[in-house]
Design a protein around this ligand. Structure first.
Ligand SMILES: [Mn+2]
Length: 428
């Protein structure tokens, strides 16, 4: 399925008069504040958020899974779905694969198909948190951290295989989240488990092509409920330090204990040049994987403020090496509608952060003007920037309102007709 530029243009025509009124009103306000609107719109139109292959189907919970209908049945159909998202939004020009879920016989053909949709392959993900059929050793008691050398060896070899697949499709990063840990006190030796993990990662790191990054993702609990081998950014950073410059920490918004100050973590990692990537989602309790911006939009905005502030001093984060990906999965919403909403939420937070008067904020901080500093941030956050985001999409020849067009065209109904009601995306 394809959404043609003509279809998008015709739809945009119907929304254009109203959009233009809103955009011009906002430009007048922002001009008055001395903000360079053109520069912001350009940054928004260039910003690309990667879609993970596993978010294209219903995620489910440990209690069950409700089908959506028309879920992608193969890697090719997953690429097509990301293609649809990118045609609508103009901000989803990359897909992140997960091995073995996305294994295919013909990676060349997958690459060709992605090219047709103007999609590139972002970081590739490994999986040692579940056993695969015919696998000699089980990961029930860990993988890279396992007490037995043969299990660790199997897990290391899996990662090397993932790198080989990544090379075929043009990925430039291996993303590693380790489910290893323990459920009960005394079950594992903390020092030994970390030592094994570090040694295993060293072997993987040595196999990494010179222009690749190793992204290490931390998580405080789940699937293990007493301890995780890499529970926090400090441990991930420690491992990165022992590996080398191309090992970087990946921050997943849902991978923190309640009320953690994630923006400060982002700032710390940027400060030591170890922030490698980001997984966007939102949560109320733990790793809820809800739509980005649906629960705590102010926190998302504050994170973007730190990103802009920190990266300005080191590198340009849009064209730089940071990986941006949505990592969400749930049971109730249409996955594609959810991803469009998440992309919008991310772009809104980014746009708001771009409005912050950085020099005024720095001065307020230097002078300890607490109320003023807060006011500067809140003024930006409370601006309705949706016309800026829509304008960026319009200039990309994408839809002024992606979600509405998705629904109007009956995309899900069409996909269900082609793929069937009970089709199931490969994954968990
Ligand atoms: Mn993640």
């Amino acid at each position: 399925m394809n959404i043609s530029p003509e279809t998008i243009a015709a739809f945009n025509q119907t929304l254009l008069p109203n959009h233009q009124r809103q955009f011009e009103f906002l430009v007048t306000q922002l001009d008055y504040q001395g903000i360079d609107v053109e520069a912001i719109v350009k940054q928004l139109s260039q910003f690309q958020v990667t879609i993970p292959s596993w978010a294209l189907g219903t995620g489910g919970t440990r209690f069950g899974r409700f089908v959506t209908g028309g879920e992608p049945r193969s890697l090719e159909e997953k690429i097509m779905d990301v293609g649809i998202l990118h045609q609508l939004s103009g901000n989803n020009g990359a897909i992140s694969l997960h091995i073995p879920w996305d294994q295919t016989k013909d990676y060349e053909a997958a690459q060709q198909l992605a090219l047709q949709y103007h999609i590139r392959f972002d970081a590739i993900n490994s999986n040692t948190f579940q056993d695969q059929p015919n696998q000699p050793y089980s990961y029930k008691f860990g993988s890279l951290s396992h007490t037995q050398a043969e299990v660790r060896k199997q897990a290391i070899e899996h990662h090397i295989e993932v790198i080989e697949i990544g090379k075929k499709i043009g990925s430039k990063a291996l993303s590693l989240w380790l489910g290893d840990g323990s459920d009960f006190p005394g079950q594992i030796n903390f020092q030994k488990a970390l030592g094994h993990t570090q040694a295993s990662m060293q072997e993987i790191y040595h196999q990494l092509p010179s222009d690749w990054q190793l992204l290490i993702e931390y998580k405080p609990f789940e699937p293990n409920f007493y301890s995780m081998v890499i529970p926090d950014w400090g441990t991930a950073w420690m491992i990165c330090q022992s590996l080398g410059d191309r090992a970087q920490v990946l921050v997943d918004l849902g991978h923190h204990l309640p009320n953690a100050n994630i923006e400060q973590i982002v700032s710390r990692l940027l400060g030591v040049n170890r922030l490698g990537g980001f997984h966007f989602n939102d949560s109320h309790y733990a790793d809820d994987d809800l739509t980005t911006g649906a629960i705590k939009p102010y926190r998302l905005f504050l994170i973007f403020c730190e990103l802009i502030n920190g990266v300005n001093q080191t590198a340009n984060f849009i064209n730089g090496s940071l990986t941006w990906m949505i990592d969400a999965s749930h049971n109730t919403k249409d996955p594609l509608e959810d991803l469009l909403q998440a992309t919008e939420g991310i772009l809104i937070a980014y746009a708001q952060a771009l409005l912050v008067d950085q020099s005024a904020l720095a001065m307020a901080q230097e002078n300890n003007e607490v109320a003023l500093a807060q006011e500067i941030l809140q003024t930006a956050f409370r601006t309705d920037v949706r016309p800026l985001v829509a304008e960026a999409r319009y200039r990309n020849q994408s839809s002024l309102n992606p979600l509405r067009l998705f629904q109007k065209l009956g995309v899900r109904q069409n996909l269900t007709k082609i793929r069937g009601k009970a089709s199931r995306a490969t994954g968990l």
